[in-house]
Design a protein around this ligand. Structure first.
Ligand SMILES: *Cc1c(COP(=O)(O)O)cnc(C)c1O
Length: 470
C-alpha cells in the first residue's frame, strides 16, 4: 500500500513515511493509491472481533510497513477499557428499533477525536522509537482537538506538545481538561488573544523553515491520514452492532466540520461496507451542506463563520473535503489542483451541471443543516422520548439523520461528544445540569499548569527553543 497526493505531485510513500507529515509537498492530501477491498469472508469473520482486533484488521490493509503483530499489539494497548471506560469501546445505544447512537465519546477527553488520536499517540511513539528521532508537536486549539492530542501524547517518549489556546475563551471544563495535565512533555500556552491569533502563530512558526527543521516541529491536525484511517474502524463496528447479517444495509448520520469523520465513512463504503447512505449534517456553518445540495463549494471568510452552540463544527472550510472531491472527479489530480488553486486563493468552485456532481448520489451522500433552535429541540425530544442526554453536535447529526431516514434501513447516528462538554446548552434545553461521567466531577478544581504569553510568534519560538533542548 502506497500513498499519493490528491494534487499528483508526490512520489508514492509508505504509511509510516506519511505518518508524521502534514500536507503533501505539493499542498495536497495523502490518499491510498487504491482502496483495499473487504471480501465477504472477511466481513463475516470481522463481525465477532473485539474493537481492538477489528482495528488491527482494518488498519493492516492501510499500513503494511508495520509488522502485523506489532500493529495488533498497538491496537490492543490503545483500545482498552481503562482508556475508554467500556469493554465495547464504541457501544451501540438503541433508541428505538432501527434508530441508534454509536457512542464514540468514552475516551479520556469525552469526544470522538480520542478514537483516532489515542492510536496516533501510540503509532507516533512506535515510529519514533524505531528511528531514534524526536518530534515537537505545535498546535492551536479552541477546544476538543488540543485536549484530545494532549491526552494521546502525554508521557510519550520522544514527543513534546506545545498547545496554544486563546486565554479565557474555552469552556471551564475544556480548560480544566487541558491545563490540569501535569506531564512534563505537555506545554499549555494561554495566548492573550483569540483563536485566530493562535493559528497565525502556528502558521508563522511553520513558515520559518529553518526553525521548523531545527526544532523538529510537527502537527496532529485533522488532515493527518492515520486519523482518518483509525476512524474507518468504527463504521465497521457500528454496522455489525446494528445488523444481524452482512446483506443488510445501514445509514450513518455524521455531524461534520472538517469532513474528517465522514471521510472515514466514505472510505469504509468504498471498501465494500454495505452503507446505503452517508448523511452529512452541518450547523449554521453550512459550507458542506451547500455543496451537497448545489455542487457549489464556497469557502467562507473567517469573519463570516458563526459562533454556534456546536462550536467544534464552526469552520470556514472543510480541510479533508479535498479527499472526497478527488474520488468524485475520478481521481483526476490535475483537476483537483485546478479546483483548489481557486479555493486556496479564497475563491470557490462549482460542479453543478457536471457529470461529476451527478455522481454524488452514487457515493451515498445526502446532507442537511441545523440551527440552535433545532439542536435544543432535538436534545429535549431525545431526553423526553428515550431518557438519553445527547450533546449539541450529536443533536445536529440526529436532527438531519431523521430527515433522511429510510424505512427498513437502520440509522446509526454518530455521537461526537458527551453533553458535559457543552453544559450551557443542556441547561437551556433541559433545565438541568448534564451528567458528569465518573472521574470527571472534580476536574475543574484540580491544580492547573499553563503559561500565559502575548500573541507574539517570536516570543513563542524562544519559549519552544528553551523547552525542547534542541
Ligand atoms: C471535531 C468535531 C466534530 C467535527 O468532526 P470533523 O471530522 O471535523 O467533521 C464534530 N463534533 C465534535 C464534538 C468534534 O469535536
Amino acid at each position: 500500500m502506497r500513498y499519493i497526493s490528491t494534487r499528483g505531485g508526490m512520489a508514492p510513500q509508505t504509511f509510516t513515511e506519511i505518518l508524521l507529515g502534514g500536507l503533501c509537498p505539493d499542498g495536497g492530501l495523502a490518499m491510498p493509491q487504491s482502496y483495499p477491498q473487504v471480501s465477504a469472508a472477511e466481513l463475516a469473520a470481522w463481525r465477532s472481533l473485539s474493537y481492538a482486533e477489528l482495528a488491527a484488521q482494518v488498519l493492516r490493509k492501510f499500513c503494511d510497513d508495520i509488522p502485523a503483530a506489532e500493529l495488533q499489539s498497538l491496537c490492543a494497548r490503545t483500545y482498552t477499557k481503562a482508556a475508554f471506560r467500556t469493554e465495547a469501546i464504541a457501544p451501540l445505544k438503541t433508541l428505538e428499533p432501527g434508530l441508534h447512537i454509536l457512542e464514540l465519546s468514552n475516551g479520556p477527553t469525552l469526544a470522538f477525536k480520542d478514537m483516532a488520536m489515542q492510536l496516533l499517540g501510540n503509532l507516533f511513539e512506535h515510529v519514533l522509537a524505531k528511528s531514534g528521532e524526536r518530534i515537537n508537536i505545535l498546535g492551536a486549539t479552541s477546544g476538543d482537538t488540543g485536549s484530545s492530542a494532549e491526552y494521546a501524547l502525554r508521557g510519550k517518549r520522544g514527543i513534546r506538545v506545545f498547545m496554544l489556546s486563546p486565554q479565557g475563551k474555552m469552556s471551564a471544563f475544556q480548560t480544566a481538561q487541558m491545563f490540569s495535565l501535569q506531564d512534563a512533555n505537555i506545554f499549555n500556552i494561554a495566548v492573550r488573544g483569540v483563536f485566530d491569533d493562535c493559528q497565525d502563530i502556528v502558521k508563522a512558526v511553520n513558515n520559518d523553515a529553518a526553525f521548523k527543521a531545527r526544532q523538529r516541529i510537527g502537527a496532529v491536525n485533522s488532515i493527518n491520514w492515520a486519523r482518518v484511517a483509525a476512524q474507518i474502524v468504527y463504521y465497521f463496528r457500528g454496522y455489525f452492532a446494528a445488523t444481524r447479517s452482512n446483506d443488510e444495509e445501514v445509514a450513518f448520520a455524521v455531524p461534520s466540520g472538517n469532513f474528517g469523520n465522514i471521510c472515514a465513512g466514505h472510505i469504509a463504503r468504498m471498501m465494500g461496507l454495505p452503507v446505503a447512505r452517508l448523511i452529512l449534517a452541518t450547523n449554521e456553518n453550512d459550507v458542506l451542506d451547500e455543496f451537497f445540495r448545489s455542487g457549489r463549494y464556497r469557502v467562507r471568510p473567517p469573519a463570516q463563520v458563526a459562533q454556534t452552540s456546536s462550536p467544534s463544527m464552526d469552520i470556514s472550510k472543510a480541510s479533508n473535503f479535498e479527499r472526497f472531491v478527488y474520488d468524485l472527479v475520478g481521481r483526476d489530480a490535475a483537476l483537483v489542483q485546478q479546483l483548489w488553486s481557486k479555493v486556496d486563493a479564497g475563491g470557490e468552485f462549482d460542479l453543478a451541471g457536471t457529470t461529476y456532481f451527478a455522481n454524488v448520489q452514487e457515493y451515498g451522500f445526502v446532507s442537511g443543516s441545523s440551527t440552535h433552535a433545532d439542536r435544543v429541540a432535538t436534545i429535549r425530544r431525545v431526553y423526553k422520548d428515550f431518557g438519553v442526554m445527547i450533546d449539541t453536535h450529536t443533536a445536529d447529526g440526529l436532527k438531519v439523520g431523521l430527515e433522511h431516514r429510510q424505512p427498513g434501513v437502520p440509522l446509526i447516528c454518530l455521537e461526537t461528544a458527551l453533553p458535559v462538554k457543552f453544559a450551557e446548552t443542556i441547561r437551556e434545553a433541559l433545565g438541568r445540569d448534564p451528567d458528569y461521567p465518573p472521574g470527571c466531577e472534580n476536574l475543574e478544581s484540580l491544580p492547573q499548569r499553563f503559561e500565559v504569553m502575548d500573541a507574539d510568534a517570536g516570543a513563542i519560538k524562544t519559549y519552544i527553543e528553551r523547552h525542547t533542548g534542541l
